[in-house]
Design a protein around this ligand. Structure first.
Ligand code: ATP
Length: 345
């Protein structure tokens, strides 16, 4: 689904550059997530007063809600440099050893998608987080020895979209875990207003409200839709008003609830092929030709959140609102109450 406007992951170098320009640089500029902001502020201030590195921080939540931005803010607010890496780039304990041993004292190490790091590296990280020390294995077999190596003190900021996949010993070593929530419409309007100002783009208030309602509670998508609306207003030479938003987003297949092509394909499958469900994740993924992981981590949380589907022990089930929204008449004999596919819940 890499070409979809509402995919919450960043999609290209150009988008990353665009995001960089809009990224809040301080906690004060960061919109929403007020509880997490307050908790982080306290943690950073206490560390500063005690002249020590801040505790390790785990940021959990769906893509595009601001985990990378918060990691950058942690480094910035504590006056430290930031080193960025990601779970998939750490395939061996040696990759992590090289990274950790090159940190300068006090540096903030950001590991995105930390749940995708190699198991062997995870174990090395336990000791590094706790004692700022690692054991390097030298040699093989009976002659193998481990050489302890002291590390510079650092703060690890881990980000994950799947905190349930992190082993407990790793999760427990974070001093603070922040669960980022989807943003409400008022917060998204603030994100959009700020972005429009930074882009020097004049846009009507009701246009902002219209975009906020269609961006899946996700700032990254809000900014991306704003960009498309800006293109539309530029090309058509008109005002960036509510009607321009509607026309631009219709062109890109984003409906008034923010559903895109994939969401609709998933809903159509549940409603028409499986009579409203229940249907198991893998069966559903195969029927729409998508990865089960994409359905589970990107599509489903949003559909559940807006009340179009529910998760039951027997699988995903469409709600009455889903039939109405997709404009599909409910079948009186729908087998929705039968567990059709219970093999892969
Ligand atoms: N609270 C916020 N206030 C203003 N803008 C935000 C906020 N959170 C995120 N953004 C905007 O959304 C973009 C995406 O945020 P970010 O890269 O931090 O998300 P993420 O959660 O790390 O996503 P991923 O998991 O895909 O890496 C940022 O460039 C920023 O412009």
């Amino acid at each position: 689904m890499s070409d979809d406007l509402t995919t919450p992951e960043a999609q290209s170098e150009a988008e990353l550059a665009f995001e960089g320009a809009l990224r809040p640089k301080s906690l004060a500029e960061f919109v929403g997530q007020s509880k997490v902001r307050g908790q982080l502020q306290l943690l950073l201030t206490a560390a500063r007063m005690q002249e020590r590195t801040p505790d390790h921080i785990l940021l959990a939540g769906p893509p595009g809600l601001g985990k990378t931005t918060l990691a950058m803010i942690v480094a910035h607010e504590s006056g430290r440099t930031l080193r960025m890496s990601s779970g998939p780039a750490i395939q061996h304990a040696g990759d992590l050893a090289a990274l950790l041993s090159s940190l300068v004292p006090g540096e903030v190490l950001f590991i995105d998608e930390i749940h995708r790091m190699a198991r062997s590296a995870e174990e090395m990280l336990y000791l590094a987080m706790e004692d700022f020390r690692i054991d390097i294995m030298v040699g093989k077999g009976a002659g193998a020895t481990s050489i302890p190596l002291d590390l510079a003190p650092f703060t690890l900021v881990g980000a994950t979209t799947r905190s349930g996949l992190l082993p407990n010993p790793l999760r427990d070593r974070f001093g603070f875990t922040a669960h980022l929530e989807f943003y409400d419409d008022a917060e998204l309007e603030q994100v959009l207003t700020r972005a429009a100002q930074l882009l020097d783009f004049e846009v009507d208030r009701d246009a902002i409200a219209e975009i906020a309602g269609r961006c899946r509670g996700t700032p990254r998508i809000a900014n991306r839709l704003l960009r498309r609306v800006r293109d539309y207003a530029l090309v058509h030479g008109g005002r960036a008003d509510r009607s321009a938003v509607r026309q631009a987003l219709e062109l890109y297949d984003v409906d008034e609830l923010g559903l895109d092509r994939i969401d609709r394909a998933v809903m159509q499958a549940i409603l028409t092929r499986f009579d409203g469900g229940p249907v198991g994740l893998n069966t559903l993924a195969v029927s729409v030709g998508e990865e089960a992981d994409t359905i589970e981590s990107v599509v489903e949380p949003f559909l559940v959140r807006i009340g179009l589907i529910t998760r039951t022990p027997r699988g995903r089930v469409a709600t009455p609102m889903a039939w109405d929204h997709l404009g599909i008449p409910r079948r009186p004999t729908a087998g929705a109450q039968q567990a059709l596919f219970t093999d892969d819940l």
